[in-house]
Design a protein around this ligand. Structure first.
Ligand SMILES: C[S@@+](CC[C@H](N)C(=O)[O-])C[C@H]1O[C@@H](n2cnc3c(N)ncnc32)[C@H](O)[C@@H]1O
Length: 240
């Protein structure tokens, strides 16, 4: 991966993965997050969900990411918002963070970097007993996904909704609900990225041109397989 070219495309986008405010609202409603809650946005990227998380009255949001460029972007984006703390940190170590334990961990498009079982365990250790994890996970929506749908996740061991639910229960959570992200959530990610790609095309060198094709290809590929696979948003209470 040419990271320089990757971040030329991805810097200063409103979000770094699929998602929309309605999904955060749905999750908050299911979770029944208390006023003044301690919330962590784990793998927050550009911080695209932070404003929605702040709709919980009096809540404090710790937004963490391992990529310094996204952290700097969030620090600028939320400067002056005293209910938001932004930090370069690894979510694998979240249980040791002084801002925790958390009432809610929101983890959009990021838990799978740890792997599902490992991610569920690490997030559980950082939650208060009875705290809630809301996360999105690659999911097949059909029992026989096409080669293209399988290939979309580049070797990740993608499961169906029942497989994800089983892992959630086995890890010590009670599921409060699960639903697939809608097309609008994916377009909220892809549309600004595609606009960026078009502005970068003229004069792009070979490395950047290859990255533009790769990123444009991701959006095209998703549109091809979107009925077969996508993200499942699960909201689950940690039994502690
Ligand atoms: C697909 S992006 C999603 C970003 C954001 N949640 C969103 O939906 O816009 C995944 C993010 O997880 C971050 N990430 C990956 N592994 C991480 C880890 N171990 N700890 C914290 N952040 C991580 C990446 O740097 C990236 O910004």
């Amino acid at each position: 991966m040419d990271w320089e070219a990757f971040f030329t495309v991805h810097s200063d986008l409103p979000r770094e993965g699929p998602g929309e405010a309605a999904d955060v609202a749905w999750a908050l409603d299911l979770a029944g997050v208390p006023e003044g809650a301690a919330i962590c946005d784990a793998g927050a990227g550009a911080g695209g969900d932070v404003a929605s998380l702040l709709t919980v009255p009096g809540a404090r949001v710790l937004a963490i990411d391992t990529y310094p460029g996204f952290v700097a972007q969030m620090q600028a984006r939320f400067a002056g918002e005293d209910r938001v703390e932004v930090e370069e940190a690894d979510m694998a170590d979240l249980a040791a963070h002084p801002a925790g334990p958390f009432d809610l961990i929101w983890c959009a498009g990021a838990l799978y970097f740890l792997g599902l079982e490992e991610g569920l365990a690490r997030m559980g250790a950082a939650l208060k007993p009875g705290g809630v994890l809301a996360f999105t996970e690659p999911c097949f929506f059909t029992p026989a996904p096409s080669e293209a749908a399988v290939g979309f996740w580049e070797g990740y061991p993608t499961r169906d909704a029942a497989g994800i639910a089983n892992a959630v229960a086995a890890a010590g959570y009670d599921s409060l609900g699960a639903r697939a992200l809608g097309d609008g959530a994916w377009e909220a990610y892809f549309a600004p990225m595609e606009a960026r790609i078009e502005t970068l095309r003229p004069g792009a060198d070979a490395a950047l041109a290859a990255m533009l094709d790769l990123c444009a290809g991701e959006a095209a590929q998703w549109r091809q397989v979107r009925r077969e696979t996508g993200y499942l948003l699960t909201v689950a209470r940690w039994r502690g």
